[in-house]
Write a protein that binds this ligand. Structure first.
Ligand code: HEC
Ligand code: HEC
Length: 318
């Protein structure tokens, strides 16, 4: 009798699991619908210049879409070319950023302005697949998306194929059941006032610079699950594991007692910790006003008391 019950229980439990696993290969290329935003690239030099500032500054596209030594190039007055191919080694497998130069074959030249805007705003690729949640521009204003896309269109075109993503078993499972397009959280502004207010700081920290994405803990699919800005999920890099620290106004925060001047000065220094994933080279190029606004916003956050842990754990020597 007991044996029979066990057998049936096993069947009832295992059958759905088997079905879930069997469906994994068929759920790798799920297609999604999303609107095409009414965004058109502009040829206006001021718009392009502002787009360039965003791309190489607060929006740090170059940090993920270039494998060059961006810091050196920028200090030599050169623009890194956004040919992609940067490899993210994640628990899900290897994911590569894309070539976003205007090349028609290997870059984004074949996509319309609206299709590029849809990728960034609604997280849906031109072919309908969900975009992995690396980019935080879902709520960026029409004006800022227009500037970014206008700059991308004006940049030199470079033909360079990037490797295909290489997901492992867990990656395929997550791809099949957890990866969904992420979209805007509310009404999207046509433009935002670019001043030094905490509200502009909030816009930058969440929708452009993605401070929130790293400094708040996330699940495997990239959704935030921790207390806002109280410290992020460890990021595996070549030299070891980096944990983005708590930056709420609490005594356990990394920026506790930093004045606005200290904060701006820290950003001007750029990268200090070797191998850190924080895009210091790009953030170094933020304006004083942008940094003032972000600083003000961080001061308005709910203080969260956390353990003070080291932000860097080197890889064990082999
Ligand atoms: C944190 C890393 C990161 C940052 C920052 C980033 N990207 Fe990406 N981007 C990626 C990755 C990874 C992919 C590939 C995603 C996928 O395949 O689903 C990607 C894909 C794209 C695509 C899709 C290209 C295609 O062929 O489908 C576009 C367009 C794009 N990024 C533009 C930008 C722009 C513009 C910026 C800055 C405003 C930016 N990205 C900033 C990592 C990043
Ligand atoms: C790609 C992930 C990532 C992003 C995006 C990011 N950070 Fe960080 N941040 C880190 C990591 C990792 C560290 C710890 C290593 C280091 O100090 O470089 C860090 C450190 C810091 C520190 C402490 C620096 C010090 O000298 O102690 C501050 C302040 C900070 N981040 C603020 C920000 C702000 C503000 C933003 C948005 C404008 C931001 N971060 C965006 C990952 C990130």
């Amino acid at each position: 009798m007991i044996k029979k019950i066990l057998k049936w229980t096993a069947l009832v439990v295992l059958t759905p699991i088997a079905i879930i696993l069997l469906l994994v290969p068929f759920r790798q290329k799920l297609k999604y619908e999303a609107p095409f935003p009414e965004i058109k690239a502009s040829k206006d030099s001021a718009v392009i210049a502002y787009g360039k500032h965003l791309v190489f500054g607060p929006a740090h596209c170059m940090d993920c879409h270039s494998t060059a030594n961006n810091d050196s190039l920028l200090s030599l007055g050169q623009e890194p070319s956004l040919t992609g191919g940067y490899k993210f080694s994640l628990p899900l497998g290897d994911i590569y950023s894309k070539n976003i130069t205007p090349d028609e074959e290997t870059g984004i030249g074949k996509y319309s302005d609206a299709a590029i805007a849809r990728i960034l705003r609604y997280g849906v690729h031109a072919d309908g697949r969900a975009v992995y949640e690396f980019m935080s521009f879902h709520d960026a204003s029409d004006e800022d998306l227009t500037a970014i896309i206008s700059y991308l269109r004006s940049a030199p075109s470079v033909k360079k194929e990037v490797p295909q993503h290489d997901l492992n078993f867990m990656g395929n499972l997550v791809q099949a059941y957890m990866i969904k397009p992420n979209g805007p959280h509310g009404e999207i502004p046509k433009s935002v006032v670019k001043d030094t207010s905490a509200s502009y700081g909030k816009y930058l920290a969440h929708n452009i610079a993605n401070c929130n994405g790293c400094h708040t803990a996330r699940d495997l699919a990239g959704n935030s699950i921790g207390e806002p800005f109280a410290g992020g999920t460890p990021i595996e890099e070549r030299l070891g594991s980096f944990t983005p620290p708590n930056i709420t106004p609490d005594s356990t925060s990394r920026i506790f007692n930093w004045s606005q001047e200290n904060f701006i000065a820290r950003f001007r220094l750029g990268k200090i910790v070797e191998g850190t994933p924080m895009p210091w080279s790009a953030f170094k190029g933020m304006t004083d006003n942008e940094l003032k606004a972000i600083y003000k916003y961080l001061q308005t956050l709910q203080p969260v008391h956390t353990e003070i842990a080291s932000t860097f754990k080197p890889k064990e020597a082999k």
